[in-house]
Design a protein around this ligand. Structure first.
Ligand code: PHE
Length: 337
């Protein structure tokens, strides 16, 4: 009798010695309904009444022993599993990190933001207009009737005879004056389109920033003062501006405005192509016809408007020599700014 019990005990000990011992299998094999110890207890009936209690006690002791051993092993296995997991998941904080690739704002967006901030500082509001525009706002209301030669210089993409991709942001002048009566002080940055061939200085899509001020008693002096302050803030305090007579159908008088070169200060260099001056925008006093088209009385109110090319300024500012680079999104180009 003792021998049998001892044998089972040894077997269990041997099985449990293995680290990977399958505890459930061992439990079933010895303590299960068809298990070895259970079988022994079933055979108890054959024993003499004297032997039975001793046998029963021994059997219970063995059961308790196996159960305790299984519990102990279970705890041991759990601990080992946890230790393994910790080992597998351990972070080596001394390993070099992976630097995430950081993007930057596009040079055009950077320049636009600077321009907008300068004008916000001067009390301008920012307004927006649609890129798909009526012929009326892009041309007609701006004193450019059908067959006017100015349409040739701003040939654009037509969606229908009366709807087009705007060739300038100046239409926003009209949209603003229709909605809002003076005093008006707004800028409007945005995309414009022209059916130009792509080359180093032309693109069928580019960006402009329009400015419009309308109030009682606005003069060319206000236009000059505003643009001079803008030029100093954007290109440095020593910057000078120069007005050259020009023609736009929607301003009278009109001018093209240059700034003294912010690199050489006017001596002539590579950036200003030896001229000392850089053309940056078109401007003028809002034409009385345009005011009338918006139900604003030109005898009571006057205003000035200006429009600048964002690419043109960004290219000078960052010394970019080919406009196409601005639209290719090549990170080797973009990360330089
Ligand atoms: N819209 C003109 C252009 O695209 C620029 C401009 C704007 C001129 C406002 C005068 C006043 O060339």
């Amino acid at each position: 009798m003792n021998e049998t019990f001892d044998k089972i005990k040894q077997q269990v000990d041997a099985l449990l010695a293995s680290e990977q011992a399958d505890l459930e299998e061992i439990r079933i094999r010895y303590l299960g309904k068809k298990g070895e110890l259970t079988a022994l207890l079933r055979g108890m009936g054959k024993l003499s009444p004297d032997e039975r209690p001793i046998f029963g006690q021994k059997a219970n002791e063995l059961r308790a022993y196996i159960e305790a051993a299984l519990e102990e092993k279970k705890a041991e296995q759990k601990k080992a599993a946890e230790a393994n997991q910790l080992k597998a998941e351990r972070l080596d904080v001394t390993m070099p990190g992976k630097t995430p690739i950081l993007g930057k704002r596009h040079p055009l967006a950077q320049v636009e933001e600077q321009l907008v901030n300068i004008f916000l500082g001067m009390g301008f509001d920012v307004v927006e207009g649609p890129e798909v525009e009526y012929d009326y706002y892009n041309f007609q209301a701006l004193n450019i009737p059908e067959n006017h030669p100015a349409r040739d210089t701003q040939d654009t993409f037509y969606i229908s005879p009366k709807v087009l991709l705007r060739s300038q942001t100046s239409g926003v002048q009209v949209r603003t004056m229709e909605k809002q009566k003076p005093p008006i002080r707004v800028i409007s940055p945005g995309r414009v389109y022209r059916s130009d061939e792509v080359d180093a200085t032309h693109s069928p899509m580019f960006h402009q920033l329009e400015g419009l001020v309308v109030d009682k008693g606005i003069t060319m002096g206000d236009l000059k003062g505003t643009l001079e302050l803008f030029a100093k803030k954007m290109f440095g305090n020593d910057t000078k501006i120069r007005f050259r007579p020009h023609h736009f159908p929607f301003t009278e008088p009109s001018a093209e405005v240059d700034i003294s070169c912010f690199v050489c200060g006017g001596e002539g260099c590579r950036i200003c192509k030896g001229e000392g001056w850089i053309e940056i925008l078109g401007a003028g006093m809002v034409h009385p016809n345009v005011l009338r088209n918006c139900d604003i009385d030109p005898d009571e109110y006057s205003g000035f408007a200006f429009g600048l090319g964002i690419e043109r300024i960004a290219m000078r500012y960052f010394n970019i020599n080919d406009m196409r680079l601005c639209y290719e999104n090549d990170v080797r180009f973009l990360k330089q700014f």
